[in-house]
Design a protein around this ligand. Structure first.
Ligand SMILES: [Zn+2]
Ligand SMILES: [Zn+2]
Length: 384
């Protein structure tokens, strides 16, 4: 090797090394920034009792999807269940969260009707639109449904990718300007409440008894009032929750630990019983109680599920038969119910101020779960 070639080689080495060092330094200096370009924080379900806050890849825009920056996402009983006892139908890993409001940041080529900056929420059980149940417009019963936040990534994350199905069947919808992000996140559970009350035809001039003073029970009582029910009664066991219920627009709160709920409802209805009884407590005793509170010709809505290891309840069939009691199952909601929920929330007839008791950043998710488990919280909203 001649001298000049040697010098050139040496300079190249130095240059490479300097560049290399500079590159490594640059990456190190901007590590957090670079990572944030394609990573985001999310609450990921990885199996029973295995829910973690971790860095995951940001969703990429497809030509028929919408990317939403999540502003508010409320914790649902489903999320608590997923965290504590697990849900067999969830296919991990998946980002939890399905009660959200966010802002559109990107839309795919095939998307119309949504633009960056739009505030949106979604009825998160996405139907196929083609099966027998969808043809009957029972979209929440879709045989090929895709529930967001359990079967596809949800909204306890900085960003959410809305699949085309969400746009195709009207599940993704705009949030009225009059509604805050946090209040809008209540539309999903309220949609489920409305589905139950549509099925049980709740309205004027019903006396409606609701069993269970959790967030869903409270929403049921106020929704019944908004639909024209003349008298609403909430039956709740724990005195603490009874106290919390008094902040809501409910005619009578019956604390069943100190008062006989059957006697209380009979006294309020001149011995007739309630026209409609809605069970919003995940408890077999509550189901049995519902049939003791209902009037002749009345309706019972089985809104809450009961523990799946023993879902059987002994019922007096003759009571149902001779008294012409109608029983309604109710589960989940459709885009129509979600839309109705947004309208009801906008009307100001739901006490969201008393309902949303806790707010946390994404890293407060587990604190939120604890607050729900200890029954200190009603609704917890997370701000990713
Ligand atoms: Zn929910
Ligand atoms: Zn379907």
């Amino acid at each position: 090797m001649n001298f000049f070639k040697y010098i050139r080689c040496l300079l190249k080495r130095i240059e490479q090394t300097l560049l290399g060092v500079a590159f490594v330094e640059f990456v190190r200096y901007n590590d957090e920034k670079i990572k944030r370009m394609w990573k985001m924080k999310a609450v990921v379900y990885e199996g029973i009792g295995k829910v973690f806050l971790k860095d995951v890849e940001k969703p990429y825009l497809g030509e028929d999807t919408v990317i939403v920056k999540v502003h508010s996402c409320a914790i649902c009983g489903t999320d608590v269940k997923a965290y504590t006892i697990g849900i067999a139908s969830i296919k991990p890993p998946v980002i939890l969260g399905h009660e959200f409001v966010g802002e559109v940041v990107e839309t795919g080529k095939r998307i119309t009707g949504f633009h960056p900056g739009d505030r949106v929420t979604m009825a998160t059980t996405l139907p196929c639109g083609r099966c027998r149940m969808c043809r009957m417009h029972l979209f929440n019963m879709c045989l090929n449904k895709l529930p967001v936040g359990t079967h596809t990534n949800g909204a306890f994350a900085e960003y959410l990718e809305v699949p085309f199905r969400g746009v195709e069947h009207g599940n993704l919808m705009h949030v009225p300007d009059t509604l805050s992000d946090d209040d809008g996140s209540i539309a999903e559970p309220l949609g489920c409440v409305i589905n139950g009350q549509n099925l049980a035809h709740v309205g004027f001039p019903d006396t409606v008894a609701v069993i269970g003073g959790g967030p869903l029970g409270l929403l049921h009582a106020e929704t019944a009032k908004a639909r024209g029910a003349l008298v609403t009664v909430l039956v709740q066991r724990s005195p603490k929750r009874c106290e919390m219920a008094r902040a809501f627009n409910i005619d009578h709160v019956v604390c069943s630990q100190s008062e006989d709920p059957v006697q209380a409802v009979m006294d309020l209805t001149s011995g007739a019983g309630a026209d409609v009884v809605i069970n919003a407590a995940p408890d077999r005793d509550a189901v049995r109680l519902a049939f003791r509170l209902v009037a002749k010709g009345g309706r019972v809505s089985l809104f809450a599920s009961v523990p799946k290891d023993d879902p059987f309840v002994g019922l007096d069939v003759n009571f149902i038969h001779y008294n012409q009691v109608s029983v309604f199952g109710a589960s989940d909601s459709t885009a129509r119910n979600h839309n109705e929920a947004l309208a009801l929330l906008s009307s100001g007839r739901i006490s969201t101020k008393a309902l949303i008791t806790h707010r946390f950043a994404l890293d407060g998710f587990f604190k939120g779960i604890e607050a729900i488990k200890t029954r200190e919280a009603l609704k917890v909203v997370i701000h990713p």
